[in-house]
Design a protein around this ligand. Structure first.
Ligand SMILES: [Fe+2]
Ligand SMILES: [Fe+2]
Length: 372
């Protein structure tokens, strides 16, 4: 794929650089005209300004939850947090016994393909469980308790995803070392042992908007939004079309539900930085270009083994790549639409969540068509 900016599929029309919505930022932090919830309705009142106290890890000067305004339950991260609290599930409840039978009945090629895909997910879920943790601290450093609270749930969910895939391997009897199923894939190793940890741990020393965008694009838009989402979709299609691996189908359904909130948070985070500083849009674009080649390599490497012959389960690599690019382009379009927007609007704007729900509805339609 060409890395030429003109041909990058996620690029939309470039707009002129605008003055940023910095007035909104100062209004939000000055303590004037704060919206308050009273008796189920929102009213605006004037409160005296208070000095902002640090909640940065290890440097606590006070408590965000005790500060003026407390927590805004209408804010985007708090809404995601509440939604996630209502959608708990336990990986230990998933029964993989039929999956073990289906796995035993596969051809050698199908078993290898299944192991390669599942191992990439297992290692990926472990990576994201660990590598999100600097982002949790970065939100505290920025004084964003609501985001920090949501990210603690986010990390917990990634840990559950790790547990789910490990239980699958144990159930099908693959208890030996599984590194061979990922180490042949250079793009995978580049993303998960270098690009992802490097961009996330950069936040530990410098949680600046630029580093947050680089981390979010890598984590939310490439690893989750491009690699994982495409893999889950391909796998759902295989499982649903063939009527196999019911445990994996159930696992993916739960994970997909969690991931929609994760990706929506990533889009929201990039949107608020792009709205605050228009130069941040270029950082989004720059990071996408850096990662496009290795991330496409992750998808294609698994298929290179079958060059000249049909891959197992007749999975179509170009269909997968097209699926990934379509979702990526539309999600980046949502980020670009935040240029010049008012930050107060961004904080309560549900559009990143609605976009993920729309993608889900489209996927369901395609899966139904594949099953019929
Ligand atoms: Fe996950
Ligand atoms: Fe995730």
């Amino acid at each position: 794929m060409s890395s030429s900016p003109a041909s990058t599929p996620w690029r939309r029309s470039t707009r002129a650089t605008r003055t940023c919505a910095t007035a909104a930022t100062s209004a939000a932090s000055s303590g004037t005209d704060q919206p308050l919830r009273q008796g189920g309705r929102t009213v605006t009142t004037t409160l005296p300004s208070q000095p902002k106290r640090s909640i940065e890890h290890g440097k606590r000067e006070g408590f965000a939850s005790l500060s003026q305004g407390g927590l805004n339950f209408d804010s985007f991260p708090m809404r995601l947090f509440s939604k996630g609290n209502g959608r708990q599930w336990n990986p230990a409840d998933i029964d993989f016994s039929q999956d073990a039978e289906d796995f035993a009945n596969m051809t050698d090629d199908e078993r290898w393909w299944t192991c390669a895909l599942a191992a990439q997910f297992l290692a990926g879920e472990e990576s994201v469980t660990q590598d999100l943790q600097p982002f949790v601290a970065a939100m505290a450093a920025e004084g964003r308790l609501a985001d920090e609270m949501y990210l603690t749930q986010f990390v917990y969910e990634e840990a559950k995803h790790t547990m789910g895939f490990r239980r699958f391997f144990d159930a099908v009897g693959m208890t030996g070392d599984l590194h061979e199923f990922i180490e042949f894939n250079d793009g995978y190793m580049e993303i998960f042992t270098k690009q992802l940890p490097d961009s996330l741990y950069a936040l530990a020393n410098d949680p600046s908007p630029r580093n947050q965008i680089r981390a979010s694009v890598t984590y939310n838009h490439i690893v989750e939004g491009t690699l994982a989402l495409t893999g889950y979709f391909a796998w759902s299609k295989v499982c649903t079309g063939r009527g196999i691996l019911p445990g994996i189908q159930k696992l993916i359904k739960h994970i997909g539900d969690d991931e929609r909130r994760h990706m929506a948070w990533g889009t929201f985070t990039c949107r608020r930085h792009v709205a605050a500083d228009d130069a941040m849009w270029e950082v989004v674009d720059e990071r996408m270009q850096e990662l496009m080649v290795p991330s496409m390599g992750v998808v294609t490497a698994t298929f290179d083994k079958y060059e000249g012959q049909d891959p197992p389960f007749a999975v179509d690599v170009s269909e997968m790549a097209e699926y990934a690019m379509d979702k990526l382009g539309r999600r980046l379009g949502a980020i670009e639409s935040a240029r010049g927007a008012n930050l107060l609007d961004i904080d309560v704007d549900a559009s990143p969540e609605l976009l993920e729900e729309k993608f889900h509805a489209e996927d369901q339609e395609q899966l139904l068509a594949a099953a019929s």
